[in-house]
Design a protein. Structure first.
Length: 159
């Protein structure tokens, strides 16, 4: 639905400042929670069994949803506002930011020590490095240096 034109053009607002949340779909939320908190060290923020698990990652959020639950009609009888249906089936992708190549090496050593198979390690032609591996739902997880996208270094790591 759109309002009738008033004849004046409305300027587009500034681009969003950052990505606030990223969603992956994970049918086994307990395994997902163990992986993202235990292996990657993300802070658990909220959990609703059978529905979702939310983590803080720096200034943003990683949300894991059970795709079977997030694709049903929202429950309008609950106290919170109904969230529109969403969901995907199959393997997704998320990349976590690393500041330098030393962090790539440290993460490779850690992942190997906790027996998370590294699918691929890439040194990009222009700049940057990435490690790829899988979470329990087979989503592709990447740890990549910010230089991959020519992003400036963070002055202070977000807490």
């Amino acid at each position: 639905m759109s309002e009738p034109s008033t004849g004046r053009e409305i300027p587009r607002p500034e681009s969003p400042a950052a990505i606030l949340e990223t969603v992956l779909y994970c049918p086994d939320l307990e395994a997902g929670q163990a992986f993202y908190s235990g292996v990657l060290g993300l802070e658990l923020v909220a959990r609703e069994p059978g529905a979702h698990v939310f983590f803080r990652c720096g200034p943003g959020m990683l949300l894991l949803f059970d795709p079977a639950h997030s694709r049903i009609e929202p429950d309008t009888s609950s106290a919170g506002p109904p969230i529109p249906r969403h969901g995907a089936f199959g393997e997704g992708h998320v990349a976590f930011r690393l500041e330098n190549e030393h962090e790539v090496d440290s993460w490779r050593d850690w992942l190997e020590s906790v027996r998370v198979p590294i699918e691929r390690e890439i040194r990009w032609p222009e700049d940057g490095r990435s490690l790829y591996f899988r979470d329990p739902a087979r989503n592709s997880v990447e740890l990549a240096t910010a230089s991959l996208w020519n992003l400036p270094r963070l002055m202070v790591r977000p807490s």
